[in-house]
Design a protein around this ligand. Structure first.
Ligand code: HEC
Length: 157
């Protein structure tokens, strides 16, 4: 009796055990991001950062074309609560929160600014990214520095 059960169970257990392994192949073929991260899923904070990067790049393009801003990114306030990689930051929480508040204030200033000041206020948001990264996580600085807007449709500075 127990022998029959063993026979049924073994393939099922094997399938469950192999599932993450098989899924990792599916993930790896999907793009470079998965490869960079290896088998470790990105943290909440890393995912939010990717969203912030995409938002910033999109705003830069819009402003340079003279287009309107996208809807206000209220969800970025989650920067204070999103779990970082391995559950801990490389810097003091209070320092991180101060940089985060500064960044969020710059985003608000961008949305409050008259159209003529949007390029300069936008660049201040990118500076807000760079300020925190200079102390908290220098890796993405090169990428961040490419996000500054160099010209716009409207009058600037
Ligand atoms: C308050 C500090 C702070 C601010 C402001 C900030 N970052 Fe980050 N960023 C971090 C930290 C810390 C990490 C590492 C997150 C982790 O590993 O969980 C990170 C990670 C990243 C990553 C890597 C994400 C990944 O895939 O692993 C990118 C890209 C990035 N940030 C870009 C930006 C951009 C662009 C901005 C501004 C729009 C910005 N950051 C604003 C602290 C900050």
């Amino acid at each position: 009796m127990s022998k029959i059960r063993e026979k049924v169970r073994t393939p099922a257990i094997l399938a469950v055990a192999l599932l993450p392994f098989l899924l990792s192949f599916v993930g790896a073929s999907r793009g470079d991001r998965t490869v960079q991260q290896g088998l470790k899923p990105p943290s909440e904070l890393a995912l939010l950062m990717r969203e912030m990067t995409a938002f910033t790049d999109s705003v830069r393009h819009r402003l340079q074309r003279g287009d309107e801003l996208p809807p206000y990114p209220a969800g970025f306030a989650a920067i204070h609560t999103a779990t970082p990689t391995d559950g801990k930051l490389e810097i003091e929480r209070a320092t991180f929160d101060a940089f985060a508040d500064h960044y969020l204030a710059q985003v608000k200033a961008l949305y409050d600014a008259p159209p003529a000041d949007r390029i300069s206020t936008f660049n201040a948001t990118v500076q807000g990214c760079a300020n925190c990264h200079a102390v908290a996580c220098p890796g993405p600085l090169l990428r961040i520095n490419k996000l500054f807007a160099t010209s716009g449709a409207g009058p600037k500075e």
